[in-house]
Design a protein around this ligand. Structure first.
Ligand SMILES: NC(=O)C1=CN([C@@H]2O[C@H](COP(=O)(O)OP(=O)(O)OC[C@H]3O[C@@H](n4cnc5c(N)ncnc54)[C@H](O)[C@@H]3O)[C@@H](O)[C@H]2O)C=CC1
Ligand SMILES: O=C([O-])CC(=O)C(=O)O
Length: 329
C-alpha cells in the first residue's frame, strides 16, 4: 500500500449522486485497493449538516482505506491539496428558468470552484465535472483556472457510453464485455451522438448492426441520448447510482489506463480533433495512458456520423457563446 493518501474532493456531497458515490470511494473502488483516500466534502451552507451526517456514516463503515473525511462550505478549504476533484453539485433547472439563467447560476458555482482549484489544489489535480450542463460547466471551471492545464478538466459522458454498451450488447445478444470501441461524441445532452460504426460487437463489426438504419436512428441513438429522461420518468428520480458508477469508471480508467485494444468516452478539451473547434469540452473516443487522455486518431467519419457530431458540437458552441456573453469564459 502506498503511504500517502490521495485527496479526493467531492462537491454536492449531500446530494443523491454523492450518496451513491462516496461509499464506493471509501471502499477503494476509485483508485484501487492499494491507495488510501482522504475525502473532502463540499456543500452549500444549508446542506453542510446533511454532509456531516454522510461523513458520520462513512466513519461507521470503518473503511480500511479511508484516511479521513472533512466537510466544508468553503471551496478554498475543500479543494486544498485535492488530487482528484469530482464536481457533482450543480444548480438544477428551476421552474420557468431560461437556459441563460441556468448557465449563469452554474457560472456562479463553477467559476469560483475553478478559481479555488487553480489556487489551492495539488499540482497534479484531475477534475471530473458531473453536474449539468456538464460540458459547459467544465469549460467554465477550466477557464477560471489558468494555471492548471486544460487537459485536466473533463466532463462526464461515461454514463452515456455505458448506456450505449448495454443497448448494443442486448441488441446483439452478447455479454456487455464483448462490446468494444463505442464512442460518444459531443455534448452530454439529448444531442449527443453514440457512434457504433467503429465498434466491435462479439465477432461482428458494429457497422453490421448499424446497417439496420431504422433501429439505429429510431431506437439506438434516441434510447441512449434520452435515457436520463427515461430513468426520471420510471423512477421519479434521476440516474444516481449509474451516474456515480460512471464517475468511478471515468476516474479509475484515467488513473489505471484504458485496456489495450479498447477505448472509452469522455468530455475533454478539444484541440481541434475531428473538426471540433478548439476550446470546447466535447466528448470524444479516448484512451488513457494513466496520466493523460488522448483522442483516438484516424477514425473515418462518414456523412451519417458527421451530421450528428456537427449538430451536437453546434449546441456546445451555442452554450459557449451564451457563457461568453455572460463573461464566464
Ligand atoms: N454527467 C452526467 O452523466 C450526469 C449528471 N447529472 C447531474 O449531476 C448533478 C447532481 O445530481 P444529484 O446528486 O442527483 O443532485 P442533488 O440535487 O441530489 O444534489 C446536488 C447537491 O449539490 C449541492 N450543491 C449545489 N450547489 C453547490 C455548490 N456550489 N457547492 C457544493 N455543493 C453544491 C446541493 O446542495 C445538493 O446537495 C445534477 O446537475 C445532475 O443533473 C446527473 C446524472 C448524470
Ligand atoms: O438530467 C439529469 O439530471 C440526468 C442526466 O444527466 C442523465 O441521466 O444523463
Amino acid at each position: 500500500m502506498t503511504t500517502s493518501p490521495v485527496t479526493v474532493t467531492v462537491t454536492g456531497a449531500a446530494g443523491q449522486i454523492g450518496y451513491a458515490l462516496l461509499f464506493r470511494i471509501g471502499a477503494g473502488q476509485l483508485l484501487g485497493p492499494d491507495t488510501p483516500v482522504r475525502l473532502r466534502l463540499l456543500e452549500i451552507p444549508q446542506a453542510v449538516q446533511a454532509a456531516e451526517g454522510v461523513a458520520m456514516e462513512l466513519d461507521d463503515c470503518a473503511f480500511p482505506l479511508l484516511d479521513g473525511v472533512d466537510v466544508s462550505d468553503d471551496p478554498r478549504t475543500a479543494f486544498d491539496g485535492a488530487n482528484v476533484a469530482l464536481l457533482v453539485g450543480a444548480r438544477p433547472r428551476g421552474k420557468g428558468m431560461e437556459r441563460a439563467d441556468l448557465l449563469e447560476a452554474n457560472g456562479g458555482i463553477f467559476g469560483p470552484q475553478g478559481r479555488a482549484i487553480n489556487d489551492v489544489a495539488a499540482d497534479d489535480v484531475r477534475v471530473l465535472v458531473v453536474g449539468n450542463p456538464a460540458n459547459t460547466n467544465a469549460l467554465i471551471a477550466a477557464s477560471s483556472a489558468p494555471d492548471v492545464p486544460r487537459s485536466r478538466f473533463t466532463a462526464m459522458t461515461r454514463l452515456d457510453h455505458n448506456r450505449a454498451l448495454s443497448q448494443v450488447a442486448r441488441r446483439a445478444g452478447v455479454p456487455v464485455a464483448q462490446v468494444r470501441r463505442l464512442s460518444i461524441w459531443g455534448n452530454h445532452s439529448a444531442s449527443q451522438y453514440p457512434d457504433l460504426f467503429h465498434a466491435q460487437v462479439g465477432d461482428r463489426p458494429g457497422s453490421d448492426l448499424a446497417a439496420d438504419r431504422g433501429w439505429l436512428t429510431d431506437d439506438f441513438i434516441p434510447t441512449v441520448a434520452k435515457r436520463g429522461a427515461a430513468i426520471i420518468e420510471a423512477r421519479g428520480a434521476s440516474s444516481q447510482a449509474s451516474a456515480a458508477n460512471a464517475a468511478i469508471d471515468h476516474v479509475r480508467d484515467w488513473y489505471a489506463g484504458t485496456p489495450e485494444g479498447d477505448w472509452t468516452s469522455a468530455g475533454i478539451w478539444s484541440t481541434g480533433e475531428y473538426g471540433v473547434p478548439e476550446g470546447l469540452i466535447s466528448s470524444f473516443p479516448v484512451t488513457s495512458d494513466g496520466r493523460d487522455w488522448s483522442v483516438v486518431e484516424g477514425l473515418e467519419i462518414d456523412p451519417f456520423s458527421r451530421e450528428r457530431i456537427d449538430a451536437s458540437v453546434a449546441e456546445l458552441l451555442e452554450e459557449r457563446e451564451a457563457v461568453r456573453a455572460l463573461g464566464l469564459v
